[in-house]
Design a protein around this ligand. Structure first.
Ligand code: C2R
Length: 211
């Protein structure tokens, strides 16, 4: 890609192009400070996955999910936005996801969790919902509010809490792997590791029981 660009652009213009690209990223970065929606890093490629949480109190439940995304090598961004408490920010963020190159969204919220549904209403990207067990109803409320969407606006709803959050990362990887052979291979290896883990546990159990 860069080689093709270098061939097309003649030498005197290369500096101009480089400076323009540099300023473009500087402007994007500065804009991030104003809107509160930042790229993960100045130089890093645009994120493929967007993780949205309704509150900072949800973070401990989804921390492992971020590790799974990282292990799969998926560029992601994470933002706090609430469909209830910051509706304008949530709508604005959801509307821009597709044009920013994001390919899959993971929306995580507890209690009366309308976050995933509201994001899904503003984008044609696949939205994965994670119900967080943060309320006295221990996530049952969030599970129903995330999953029981009106026909036409689907949210791929995971199970409640940490395992649901981890599955959201795996499902996001599976969606992205349709266009990414390396990621597909990582997923195949991931499944093999899971199977080996079960065999190991079974061997240990048999050893304990049979001496
Ligand atoms: P606080 O801990 O901030 O009081 O939030 C959050 O996801 C969190 O689990 C309590 C819970 O409220 C959830 N929340 C939503 C939405 N915004 C925040 N369900 C929403 O817009 O759907």
């Amino acid at each position: 890609m860069y080689r093709i660009l270098l061939d097309i652009i003649d030498k005197p213009r290369r500096l101009t192009v480089a400076v323009s690209v540099h300023y473009y990223y500087m402007i994007q970065y500065a804009r991030g400070f104003v809107t509160g929606i930042r790229q993960r890093s100045f130089f890093v490629a645009l994120p493929k996955a967007a993780v949205v949480i309704g509150s900072d109190s949800d973070y401990p439940v989804i921390a492992d999910m971020l590790k799974i995304l990282k292990d799969f090598g998926i560029e992601y961004e994470i933002v706090i936005s609430s469909a209830h408490r910051s509706p304008a920010r949530t709508h604005q963020y959801a509307k821009k996801l597709e044009s920013r190159g994001v390919e899959v969204v993971i929306a995580c919220a507890g209690a009366a969790a309308h976050l995933a549904g509201v994001i899904a209403s503003e984008t044609i990207l696949p939205v994965i919902g994670v119900p967080i067990d943060s309320s006295p109803l221990k996530g049952i409320d969030a599970l129903l509010s995330t999953s029981m969407m009106p026909a036409g606006i689907p949210v791929a709803t995971m199970g409640i809490g940490k395992s649901g959050a981890n599955n959201a990362a795996v499902l996001a990887a599976q969606i992205l792997a349709r266009k990414d052979g390396d990621l597909a291979e990582k997923l195949r290896n991931y499944k093999k590791r899971l199977a080996r883990g079960v065999e190991k546990k079974d061997a240990e159990l048999q050893k304990t029981l049979n001496g």
